[in-house]
Design a binder for this molecule. Structure first.
Ligand SMILES: [Zn+2]
Length: 123
């Protein structure tokens, strides 16, 4: 019988890997604390994670996570947004950048390639 990954599983894995990511990248200069983490349900299937700088919260859409690699990538990616400047996030968009060309998105996607290192540290 195939065992389905539950919301609880994702919550436990997320807290395990966010700890490693926090130690690895350190704290943001733009927030008072390390980010809150929320494991959320969602109706869409194309978004795996989000970072909200107003609430300093990383949201993981657990139902859209299909593997451990994906989960670690989401955590690494959203953590980059936590580290980045919220005002520049907005400014770059005003300068005409789209989601795909936004320097902060490009940087966050590039950093995802580090997922294996995080996985190894946690192992
Ligand atoms: Zn992003």
């Amino acid at each position: 019988m195939e065992k389905k990954v539950t919301k609880q599983d994702i919550a436990e894995l997320t807290s395990k890997y966010i700890e490693v990511v926090e130690r690895y990248y350190g704290e943001s200069n733009h927030q008072e604390t390390t980010p809150y983490v929320c494991i959320a349900d969602c109706d869409f299937d194309d978004i795996k994670g989000e970072y909200c700088h107003l609430f300093n919260e990383i949201i993981v859409y657990w139902e859209n996570i299909c593997s451990l690699e994906e989960l670690i990538r989401v955590i690494v990616h959203e953590y980059q947004h936590y580290l980045q400047s919220p005002s520049w996030m907005t400014r770059y968009y005003k300068m005409g950048h789209s989601y795909n060309s936004h320097p902060y998105e490009v940087a966050a996607y590039a950093e995802e390639e580090n997922w294996k290192k995080i996985w190894e540290i946690a192992a």
